[in-house]
Design a protein around this ligand. Structure first.
Ligand code: NAD
Length: 272
């Protein structure tokens, strides 16, 4: 399938390195004919890896934006419309960070300053993004916005800690704003709940390797990888999914609806 996104303009948040889900989304969107701006926190750009991605995507422009800052978000939306020569058709929010997880603080003993930052970066930023676009009327009718989430919003995965709370809030904002933006402009807003994926953020969660193998064994199709997630994002940005909004869409090889698979007994056996 070619040119699913021809003529569409967008913004892609969160490509840190070539492991990032957003990195794969950018490559696929480019392949499917979209034009877009890349963005990340200024501090995440120090290594300069994003420049390689921009070059691979037809010299896409890069605009720094810390998603916790109103003025930076406003600047991003204004500049993106200037660069792309019009309103946006799609946005990917692929942003998450927990300092409590990074510092190894357990869920029963969180640092609240860190927790505040986690909720701000990983969830409230989605509201900030949507509200900024709404005020500036920055998204075309039938535009599509996707944020990435994880099933810990619905079920307990103890080491995912406060990120579970952040993802619950993120998914709730997607529904609440999905209603408002749907009524106002036919803009659709969804979250994609992705399998464990070997990225910088993913691998930062304690026990990630074991959990990755467990999910791989439980899911009838196995874990979905970043490239497959990117393909799903392209489908959600395309005109073929115009009536889908306010949904949390599981992209997890069937993990979310599988109660048991005997394959989980074999996890880790090779290592014994
Ligand atoms: N990796 C997984 O297992 C997995 C599974 C389900 C969902 N997700 C979600 O996918 C999304 C992308 O994560 P990833 O796994 O590709 O990891 P990643 O580390 O490559 O991406 C996270 C991004 O968030 C950005 N970020 C952090 N603080 C920011 C700030 N203040 N302003 C702007 N950007 C900021 C980082 O710079 C980075 O680019 C996240 O929302 C994550 O929770 C990941």
């Amino acid at each position: 399938m070619n040119n699913l996104l021809k003529g569409k303009k967008g913004i892609i948040f969160g490509a840190l390195n070539d492991k990032s889900i957003a990195w794969q989304v950018a490559l696929k969107c480019h392949e499917q004919g979209a034009e877009f701006v890349l963005t990340n926190a200024p501090i995440a750009m120090r290594m300069g890896e994003i420049n390689n991605l921009a070059a691979a995507c037809g010299n896409a422009q890069i605009i720094p934006c810390d998603v916790t800052k109103n003025d930076e978000m406003e600047n991003l939306i204004d500049k993106s419309m200037e660069i792309l020569g019009g309103k946006l058709d799609f946005i990917l929010h692929s942003v998450g960070m927990s300092m409590n997880i990074r510092k190894g603080n357990v869920y029963t003993n969180l640092d609240y300053k860190f927790m505040h930052d986690t909720l701000d970066i990983s969830a409230m930023s989605f509201h900030r993004l949507l509200a900024t676009c709404y005020k500036k009327d920055a998204i075309n009718d039938w535009g599509s916005v996707v944020a990435l989430t994880y099933i810990a919003a619905q079920r307990i995965f103890p080491d995912y800690s406060e990120m579970a709370d952040a993802k619950s809030l993120l998914e709730s904002i997607s529904r609440s704003f999905g209603y408002q933006y749907g009524k106002h402009k036919k803009v659709r807003i969804n979250t994609i709940s992705q399998s464990p994926t070997k990225t910088t953020a993913g691998s930062g969660v304690k026990g990630f390797g074991d959990f990755f193998d467990y999910a791989e064994a439980l899911s009838p199709l196995g874990n979905a990888n970043a490239e497959q997630c990117a393909e799903y994002c392209v489908a959600m940005f395309s005109d073929f999914t115009r009536m889908v909004t306010m949904q949390n869409l599981f992209h997890d090889g069937g993990f979310s609806f599988t109660g048991f698979s005997p394959d989980v007994f074999n996890v880790g056996k090779d290592a014994e």
